[in-house]
Write a protein that binds this ligand. Structure first.
Ligand code: ADP
Ligand code: MG
Length: 578
């Protein structure tokens, strides 16, 4: 379609607002345009985090002279004609606002050539005014250079973030958006450094496996009119920011709280309250069922049947997360990996890795914004059984060393027991059927007045969990019964934690919300600590118990319960592998 100015009735239906806020939004608009133009190779170049220069080059369709000039007008687009089209948008852009908005606040050069033209057109614009239009030589495609963003609006320039943070934001955005377009090669340069070089991939899943390191499980499925596809990262890779989970809706990168919540619910108890998983989900539905015209930067969408989407996402994510029941394989560290708090937990893997070990080829050229531990999951063939492991002995009074089928497995006994107890408690809580045991002598705990008040306020809730207590004075609590699984020695600690819970748990929804947290805390207290010598019979009893429960390969905090090393991993420690 040729570029044309939209009719007023369409313009009035378009969600208005600021398109260009910062360099990252310029990159986003320009790259979206390149993708809409059918590009298969896109290069973004930044200077000074994009404040001095942003240049986006593509090998897309290009434009002829008339279209290029018209494209700089407000509300000129080739992607939409009548307002009805707003209900079936399949392109990333549709408002015809980006180019004029960017041109108005920068010094811009647009160089473009379409397939039929012998020469390219070069348009030089400053602060929205066209200075020159001339012919030049260039390959088919478009290059847009944006210099000195906000040079004529100093007030906006003041609010720009540091070049480094802008660069990171742009890098993360390209990396995430690239998942939706696996056939497109993306490169990012910043101040002459190559930050990204993403080769073409054959599918979204293949692209995602290059973007997300570490243990991931793919999923795919269709429910009603919604199809979903994606990967989820192991719960232990979770991060404190929501941005690590990539959400694509009909190929558009968006932030959507509803989908994110469905994903989190799919992860169930494997994530802590404020943790977000890594991974991506691509949701596809008919264009009529999603309104993309709700946000000035098109980063939010609205669904016609959001409940249906919620259920589909939750269901498919949950079934993928179930597969994390398999032991994770400890992998050699990448040489350029920095040791962060995250990576440090798996230092033993890197300490053992032979120096000659090569990182996987496709990861060499670009890395994820956040370092991620390297763990790979065993192929999920049949259910893994702890009870089949042969117990070899205990290490550091904490780790259980075992073997099976030429694999060496290390089990964190506390994490394992905690997972078992957690599942047990959670089930019992939900069924409200906790076996309780009377204490011969009530146990008294001294608390503050507020603490006692809180414990009494929660007493009814905790009764359903098997704890019975009452007050013996303004600051003394008497515990008369506790659940039979629960060791008396940890009781005081639990009461003190209950005394610190400010929320009122008496409503069903508050209880549901808090129950996992409470179960996780109780499970932690009720579980064997490191420092305990384990008899073989106790170990096998624990293994049998683990086989009877779900998610057994990760503790309630998402930490792995069991790690495996293959024979060749071990051989490589001794240089036997070459
Ligand atoms: P929109 O993307 O909403 O249509 P823009 O202002 O971003 O609005 O772009 C206006 C028009 O310019 C587009 O509709 C398209 O026809 C043309 N255009 C912009 N960038 C490119 C590009 N990289 N390659 C080819 N055509 C482009
Ligand atoms: Mg656009």
């Amino acid at each position: 379609m040729r570029v044309h100015v939209l009719a007023d009735d369409v313009i009035n239906k378009i969600s208005a607002g600021e398109v260009v806020e910062r360099p990252a939004s310029v990159v986003r608009e320009l790259v979206d345009n390149s993708l809409d133009a059918g590009a298969t190779d896109i290069t973004v170049l930044l200077e000074d985090g994009g404040q001095r220069l942003i240049r986006v080059t593509d090998d897309g369709s290009g434009m002829d002279r008339d279209d290029a000039l018209l494209a700089l007008e407000r509300h000129a687009t080739s992607k939409l004609t009548v307002s009805d089209d707003l209900h079936s948008i399949s392109t990333l852009g549709f408002r015809g606002e980006a180019l004029p908005s960017i041109a108005a606040v920068s010094k811009m050069v647009l160089r473009t050539r379409c397939a039929g033209s012998a020469a390219a057109q070069e348009i030089i614009i400053e602060g929205g005014k066209i200075h020159r239009v001339q012919e030049t030589a260039a390959p088919v495609g478009t290059t847009i250079e944006v210099r000195q963003l906000f040079f004529n609006t100093p007030a906006r320039r003041k609010f720009l973030k540091s070049p480094r943070s802008e660069e990171l934001k742009i890098k993360a955005w390209i990396l995430h958006a690239s998942i939706a377009r696996p056939q497109v090669r993306f490169r990012l340069f910043s101040d002459n450094r190559e930050l990204l070089n993403i080769p073409r991939h054959s599918s979204e899943l293949e692209r995602a496996s290059a973007v997300f390191r570490g243990t991931t499980i793919p999923f795919e499925g269709t429910s009603d009119a919604v199809s979903v596809l994606g990967v989820v990262g192991h719960p232990s890779l979770a991060q404190m920011e929501s941005g690590a989970f990539v959400i694509l809706v009909n190929g558009r990168l968006v932030s959507d709280r509803m989908i994110l919540r469905a994903v989190k619910e799919g992860f169930d108890s494997t994530l802590k309250d404020r943790e977000f998983p890594i991974g991506f989900i691509s949701v596809r539905l008919s264009a009529g069922d999603v309104d993309v015209n709700v946000h000035p930067q098109k980063s939010e969408v609205r669904f016609r049947h959001s409940q249906e989407i919620f259920e589909a996402v939750k269901k498919h994510v949950a079934s993928a997360v179930q597969e994390f029941c398999f032991p994770m394989r400890a992998m050699p560290a990448m040489p350029h990996q920095t040791s962060t708090a995250h990576a440090a937990r798996f230092e033993f893997a890197s300490t053992f890795s032979a120096p000659s070990q090569r990182p996987e080829r496709h990861l060499e050229s670009y890395d994820h914004p956040e370092p991620i531990r390297q763990l790979a999951s065993e192929p999920p063939l049949e259910k893994f059984k702890f009870s089949e492991l042969r117990y070899l002995g205990q290490l550091m009074e904490c780790y259980l060393l075992t073997e099976l089928n030429e694999q060496f497995y290390v089990v964190d006994m506390h994490a394992a027991h905690e997972r078992y107890n957690f599942n047990l408690m959670r089930r019992a809580f939900h069924e409200r059927s906790v076996p309780s045991q009377q204490l011969l002598v009530p146990l008294t705990v001294e608390l503050s007045e507020e603490g006692l008040e809180r414990c009494m306020r929660q007493s009814h809730t905790f009764e359903t969990l098997g704890f019975h207590w009452d007050s013996l004075g303004p600051t003394t609590l008497a515990v008369r019964a506790l659940p039979s699984y629960f060791p008396e020695s940890r009781l005081i600690q639990v009461v003190k934690e209950v005394a610190a819970i400010a929320e009122d748990l008496s409503t069903q929804s508050a209880f549901d919300e808090q129950i996992d947290k409470i179960a996780a805390r109780l499970a932690c207290h009720a579980s064997i600590r490191s420092g305990k010598r384990m008899e073989a019979a106790e170990v096998y009893a624990l293994f049998a118990a683990l086989d009877s429960t779900e998610f057994s390969a990760a503790c309630p905090h998402g930490r792995p319960v069991i790690i495996s090393f293959t024979k060749s991993d071990i051989e490589s420690w001794f240089g036997r592998d070459n």
